[in-house]
Design a protein around this ligand. Structure first.
Ligand code: NAP
Length: 487
């Protein structure tokens, strides 16, 4: 425990996913104990609770996608499956005293800042108050369901990838998957050969980075248990490789690393798709990493499985028997999976947030969500977001991003804890300057090189952190209080 901080401060953490668990552990470590976590789901884990589709895994290596204070010698593979990741978070939450602070099945619906404190309303009709709110509400969790004509008429089972219906058998069935994002690619790779027929509806092809994923042997796991330093070594190496070889390069479309990624993805396509016509249908007409890069070793094999069909004609409508495409064909299906992504502009919403003097977050965000350094918004004091808008959402481990953000937020809280301030949020001037600078910088990132993706705002500009990961680390080291409206 650090110097005993102001014990009277009360905290509400919204969301018991990876970031909410992390924030709570760090708050407790810093000596704060009056904490409640509200979680709308009956279990913790956030995205790792909601996504249960076949093939679910994290494309960040497991020894990096772990809290640095809780290495896990039991990871089964280099990129471990989703259920194992959810169990890891549950185990950490129990070991670090977070579990008992969570109120499950309790959605936060409204919060307002009044008389220097946050007043919170919950879906079950109860209320709460706190000095600080930490919104760890996640980024990609509001499913985007396309409004296909006739979807309701489909006689089979239809669901979104993040709402997988495990009561529906897929074995021996005709299964359609819409989309070619990271979710669809993992689903297709897992289901090919396991179902009667697999039909992949592709609107836009993807560049695929072939990343092998091998099991850890019993001996390796034993070695990790005996020598935890070995896990730290892997973590540090992978982290360095990710930052230097990837995250830092994404923000410079001309970086040689981006060219190397392009070359690797092109070679994957050339070498692993045998039939020239299929190869061309799978070839994107935009640059690699413009969309979020998909990492998968087995996807092209799955697409070439005798029971898999790639459909590139646009979907016209859904009929009781299946999907009708623009060329007039009917693709008969028993199950339709929409791996069609998420509404990314939501962040803490649909919860309503009212800051100082009745200012609504919805109004502050009328041109789209943004947050200074992804953490704070003007007029909304003592309310901090983890993995908020404009965060570094490149393919880097969001655990490390959240960790940096928590360290930064704790310093803001300390200003209040030590009696130097009562309320802190970014000033309007600093927010405007940040937005001007990030929009300018966004223009030269790889995400702005001519493709459609969830990174783009309504005007087509990338919203992600447009500078290097190293710069984010520097910014997070210490808040520049001159940029804050401190009262
Ligand atoms: P996504 O990347 O947004 O992909 C959605 C897919 O659905 C796209 O191929 C899109 O086509 C297609 N689509 C959307 N609406 C459509 C329509 N009306 N008709 C036909 N196709 C339509 O979503 P996601 O795959 O769920 O992934 C979202 C993000 O989640 C990823 O980028 C990643 O950050 C995260 N994720 C991570 C992992 C991991 O391993 N770490 C795994 C899964 C997801 P267009 O390309 O033409 O728009």
């Amino acid at each position: 425990m650090s110097n005993a901080p102001n014990q009277d401060l009360r905290f509400i953490v919204i969301g018991a996913g990876m970031a909410g668990i992390l924030a709570t552990i760090k708050l407790r470590e810093a000596g704060y104990s009056d904490i409640t976590i509200y979680e709308k789901n009956p279990k913790l884990g956030g995205t790792w609770y909601e996504n249960t589709y076949p093939g679910l895994s994290c494309d960040v290596p497991s020894h990096l996608y772990s809290y640095d204070f809780a290495p896990n010698p039991e990871w089964s593979r280099q990129f471990s499956p989703g259920p194992e990741i959810r169990e890891y978070f549950e185990d950490v939450a129990k070991r670090f005293g977070v579990f008992e602070l969570i109120r499950f099945d309790t959605e936060a619906t409204h919060c307002a800042f009044a008389d220097g404190r946050w007043q919170l309303e919950l879906a079950d009709g109860s209320r709460d108050q706190a000095d600080f709110i930490i919104a760890a509400t996640g980024v990609l969790h509001h499913p985007n369901l396309p409004d296909f004509q006739g979807l309701d008429s489909f006689a089979g089972a239809a669901f979104h990838s993040a709402r997988w219906d495990h009561d529906v058998a897929t074995e021996g069935k005709k299964v359609g998957v819409v989309g070619t994002g990271s979710s669809a690619v993992q689903i297709v790779t897992a289901l090919a050969g396991e179902v009667g027929e697999l039909v992949l509806f592709q609107r836009t092809p993807q560049w695929i980075m072939p990343v092998p994923n091998r099991d850890y042997s019993t001996e390796e796991k034993e070695n990790f248990r005996k020598h935890p330093g070995e896990m730290r070594k892997i973590r540090d190496e992978v982290s360095k490789a990710f930052i230097e070889g990837f995250a830092n390069a994404l923000v410079d479309a001309d970086a040689p690393t981006i060219q190397a990624i392009q070359t690797a993805c092109e070679a994957n396509l050339e070498e692993n798709v045998r039939e020239p016509e299929l190869r061309e249908r799978l070839r994107p007409n935009y640059r690699a990493a413009c969309k979020r890069l998909v990492m998968c070793a087995g996807f092209y094999d799955a697409v070439q499985h005798p029971n898999t069909r790639l459909v590139t004609d646009p979907i016209e409508r859904i009929e009781p028997e299946g999907v009708r495409t623009a060329d007039g064909s009917l693709h008969e299906l028993d199950v339709l999976v929409m791996a069609t992504g998420f509404k990314v502009e939501q962040f803490v919403r649909p919860m309503t947030v009212i800051g100082r003097n009745g200012v609504a977050l919805d109004d502050i965000w009328h041109d789209g969500p943004s947050a200074y350094l992804a953490v704070t918004v003007p007029e909304v004091p003592n309310f901090y977001m983890l993995n908020g808008p404009n965060g570094p959402v490149g393919n880097f481990s969001l655990i490390d991003v959240a960790d940096l953000e928590v360290g930064y937020i704790l310093q803001l809280i300390e200003e209040v804890g030590a009696g130097r301030a009562r309320e802190l949020c970014v000033s309007r001037e600093a927010m405007d300057r940040f937005n001007r600078e990030r929009k300018q910088a966004a223009k030269t990132t790889i995400w702005a090189t001519g493709c459609n993706s969830w990174y783009l705002d309504a005007s087509g500009l990338p919203t992600a952190w447009p500078w290097t990961y190293d710069r984010f680390t520097e910014e997070m080291a210490q808040p520049k209080l001159d940029d804050y409206d401190v009262r």
